[in-house]
Write a new protein. Structure first.
Lengths: 246, 392
């Protein structure tokens, strides 16, 4: 089975978030990047598990510049067979999907895995866009995936429970928490990653359809307000008027 | 123990001096420690037992002889990689790092450097995975800072050597499969000899009652007319310089490891000081707490710079024993002082095993003494700069 896993970099969750260029760009200065956790812990690891039981290969694909190479090497150290980096500076999810499809369309992948979203941009649509552009079925928010012959059985989160679907491969799916357990690379993997192929291919012209007007940080977290246990009316008022959750 | 929230501190942007592979190796060790060791380390220390189930994982992350060439099962990494792994292990516990550095620097290193090709092929690959665990016998009950006075000895019996004597304070001894033992031949010259578990007359009683390195097993090595096959002699080098060169490698690892302990204490204390409120404000806002924290990161940063440079010199084969002594002595002293200051920032919480500080502090009392005491390392520096030997 030929598996493609889409890998994106994301800032480490302890990073200090700041913006630049008039608040239109994320300030990468001093930020440590990691493999987007949904891509790494769930999509990549499940892809590797399937390869290990069914045979085949796992390729990763990443859209971006050479600054992505460290996270790509980590994916190779965890166990991917080879990696492709599409040398482009994508404008949005549509652009990312277009770039990935420009590479993947002739490759005959049986399975294309993405994380359910990146933890920085959280668009959560790249997988769906890839599926549409590749004319493949798409299953979102998968928490379990098994493949038998040409059929994938997928458990996915739906509001209030789970849904089990069957779909003929090739298929695109987005992986959510529960799909697999985090896999820490071992020294053998890190050494092997040195020589695994990382192919850099040219991107296609940008197909971005949106542009960033501005970013802003969420308001600073305020102090905890303690409400007397007897004063339910005040609690309701605060939840309604200040927290605006009811 | 609380969730391990540790994050590294890099005040002088030293990460920029590391390669991407260095960072991947360090982050891998950190992730493994957080997943596998942090949740169980307090219990292991309380029980006074080395958690042996960690051994295969330690092998997988490169905890055993990462600089040993690949042909012998190592990873062929550089000295900075080795240092970073030691730092991450000791960030969690000095006992964990001890197990790893004994195996790497005191068992695999001498077999690699001074062993025969047969010994390398027989032992190194299994030591690299942790299938074999080794220990190192140099210190004796009456010979600590003066190892050259050792009385453990062996006689040439024609078809084998006959080994007699005793070693003490030996990390990993109680469960080691083999011991690299330093003993005198009939002419009084020191040689390394590999003693394997199961050899008649060889026993490894556990030492108990430690208030330090409780998550690491320490024991004695007793040799009562042990017949050791001649092929177990390390033939590549003899004399006190041979075991001392192993100690150079181990002390270098300790210099990095101590930074790990210090970083953990600083990390915990900094977070605590920002969260703990007294007089209606975080205690981090008080000058006396800021003095402690600011001095901690200053000392850590100085130690990081010293150690990184030492790593470069080790990579080039230019680091002297005296330079290594300076780093070991400085960094362990730095770490023990930071542990004590951090304990104070946490107030009463500092003595509770919900936080790692008291464990680090107790561990470092061993680290400041083993592999050359704090005082002996000072005398090594003194001898190096004056040319005068103040040991005896």
């Amino acid at each position: 089975m030929k598996i493609l896993v889409c890998i994106s970099k994301a800032p480490d969750t302890t990073s200090r978030i700041a913006f630049t260029d008039g608040d239109t760009k994320f300030d990468e200065n001093g930020v440590q990047f990691i493999v987007n956790p949904y891509d790494e812990w769930y999509a990549l690891v499940r892809g590797l598990e399937l390869k290990e039981t069914l045979g085949g290969s796992v390729t990763t694909v990443t859209v971006g510049g050479a600054d992505n190479d460290p996270v790509i090497r980590k994916a190779l150290a965890i166990g991917a067979d080879n990696a492709v980096r599409i040398d482009a500076d994508p404008a949005d999810s549509f652009d990312v999907a277009s770039q990935i499809v420009s590479y993947a369309k002739d490759q005959g992948f049986d399975l294309v895995l993405t994380g359910k979203e990146t933890i920085n941009y959280n668009s959560g649509v790249t997988g769906a866009l890839i599926a549409e552009m590749l004319d493949m079925p798409y299953v979102a928010l998968a928490t379990k995936l098994d493949v038998d012959g040409g059929t994938a059985t997928i458990t996915r989160e739906v509001p209030g429970g789970t849904e089990v679907v069957e779909v003929a491969t090739p298929v695109v799916l987005s992986a959510a928490k529960g799909m697999a357990e985090q896999r820490i690379p071992n020294m053998r993997g890190i050494m092997a990653a040195r020589t695994k192929p990382l192919e850099v291919v040219a991107g296609v012209p940008s197909t971005g359809q949106t542009s960033i007007v501005s970013y802003a940080l969420p308001p600073a977290k305020g102090d905890v307000k303690l409400v007397d246990a007897e004063n339910v009316a005040e609690l309701v008022r605060l939840l309604h008027e200040e927290a605006k959750v009811i | 123990m609380r969730t391990d929230l540790y994050q590294g501190h890099d005040y002088y942007l030293l990460d920029e001096l590391l390669t991407e592979e260095h960072k991947l190796i360090r982050d891998t060790a950190r992730a493994w420690v957080k997943k596998e060791v942090s949740p169980i380390i307090e219990q292991a220390a309380e029980d006074g037992k080395f958690p042996k189930h960690l051994i295969p994982g330690l092998g997988e992350i490169g905890g055993f002889g990462p600089y040993i060439p690949e042909e012998y099962g190592g990873a062929g990494l550089d000295q900075i990689s080795y240092g970073l792994i030691m730092q991450e292990l000791e960030r969690c516990d000095s006992g964990l790092r001890s197990t790893s550095s004994v195996q790497s620097s005191l068992v695999m290193y001498p077999i690699w450097k001074y062993g025969t090709e047969e010994q390398r092929k027989k032992f190194l690959p299994k030591l690299a995975t942790g299938e074999f665990i080794g220990c190192f016998g140099l210190t004796e009950p009456d010979h600590g800072s003066n190892p050259g006075g050792m009385i453990t000895n062996f006689k040439d019996m024609g078809d084998h050597y006959l080994l007699n004597g005793a070693k003490m304070w030996i990390s990993n001894a109680p469960f080691a499969d083999l011991a690299v033992v330093w003993a005198k031949d009939e002419s009084g010259r020191i040689h390394g000899i590999i003693v394997e578990r199961g050899m008649e007359g060889f026993s490894t009683p556990t030492m108990t009652g430690k208030w330090s390195l409780r998550a690491s097993d320490t024991g004695e090595l007793i040799f009562d007319n042990v017949k050791v096959p001649k092929e177990n002699l390390l033939t590549g080098r003899s004399g006190l310089g041979a075991p001392l060169s192993c100690l150079d490698s181990a002390r270098y690892g300790i210099a990095w490891g101590a930074i790990g302990s210090a970083l953990d204490c600083y990390d915990v204390a900094l977070r605590y000081a920002k969260e703990r409120k007294q007089f209606d404000r975080p205690i981090a806002g008080f000058q006396l707490q800021q003095k402690k924290l600011a001095e901690m990161i200053t000392e850590i940063t100085k130690a990081q710079l010293l150690t990184h440079r030492l790593g470069q010199l080790r990579n080039e084969g230019r680091a002297t024993s005296a330079q290594i002594s300076m780093a070991k002595r400085n960094n362990v002293d730095m770490a023990i002082n930071i542990a004590r200051e951090a304990r104070q920032i946490l107030g009463g919480m500092g003595i509770i095993n919900e936080y790692p500080i008291m464990r680090h502090m107790m561990n470092l009392e061993s680290v400041i003494t083993y592999e050359g005491t704090h005082d002996i390392h000072l005398l090594i520096t003194g001898m190096d700069i004056t040319g005068e030997n103040a040991f005896k």
